[in-house]
Design a protein around this ligand. Sequence first.
Ligand code: NAD
Length: 255
Amino acid sequence: MTARLSGKVALISGGATGMGGASSLLFAKEGAKVGIVDINEEAGLAMVAEIKAAGGEAVFAKADVSDPDQVEAAVDAVSRAFGPINVLFNHAGTIVIKPFLETTLEEWDWLMAVNVRSMFLVTKAVLPQMIGAGGGSIICTSSISAELATPNEVLYDTTKGACHMFARAIAVEYRDQNIRCNAVCPGFIATPHGHREVELLTKYGVDVSDAAIAAQQGRMGLPEDVAKAALFLASEDSAFVSGQRLFVDNGFSAM
Ligand SMILES: NC(=O)c1ccc[n+]([C@@H]2O[C@H](COP(=O)([O-])OP(=O)(O)OC[C@H]3O[C@@H](n4cnc5c(N)ncnc54)[C@H](O)[C@@H]3O)[C@@H](O)[C@H]2O)c1
């Protein structure tokens, strides 16, 4: 069987750890040349070494994805290494968890920048070369939180609602240039982000115990569960799928 991303050049923001890291490994295994763009240099370089040790191809470019100059330089580094990018996984993101009235304007601006402005910056930097190369697939990490609100997550839920709509609007505007764009919406996933979320929600009295998560989604999700869904959206297997939101939550959002 041919590798599903053979001939593809994939840029994965937040590709050093968690679901982004699992996607870096899987996309490389499926034949893509992978550019990992992340603020965590140590983990990013370790991921490149792991991919190379398994016979894949990858480069790391350090960037804070909310910073225009750093994004420009990182996208440039990836396309200089491997050629035009035709798969973009906008995954980097983070969270603020606290009662709404305790959140600050600085936190609002920071989270909007890391979770939403980043998608604007990276997509704007990549899209011209994607169109020039004949098309491509963009995947944006949204969340169940784009549609299901959790107490103490007003800022986060708002950013994820924006990611949802960003993906749909790009899909509609660029369809006729052979660009597909979809959102992937994970439930609770066992990553550094997911563990921190569970810990902080528990501190604020929200029930995210193992039993509560089992009732909502059967079990804690694994980074690989989401990487496999992202692979589907990145590959030609989803050639007629665009503007969609793929929930990877084992039924949580269907309840
Ligand atoms: N884990 C969950 O339960 C869950 C559920 C739904 C959505 N998400 C989404 O997944 C993403 C978090 O990823 P994860 O859960 O795989 O955990 P993670 O924390 O392991 O991965 C996030 C990656 O993004 C990088 N990153 C963070 N800020 C950055 C910045 N400013 N510039 C560049 N890189 C940056 C981190 O260094 C890290 O490698 C977020 O977009 C989050 O909204 C997570």
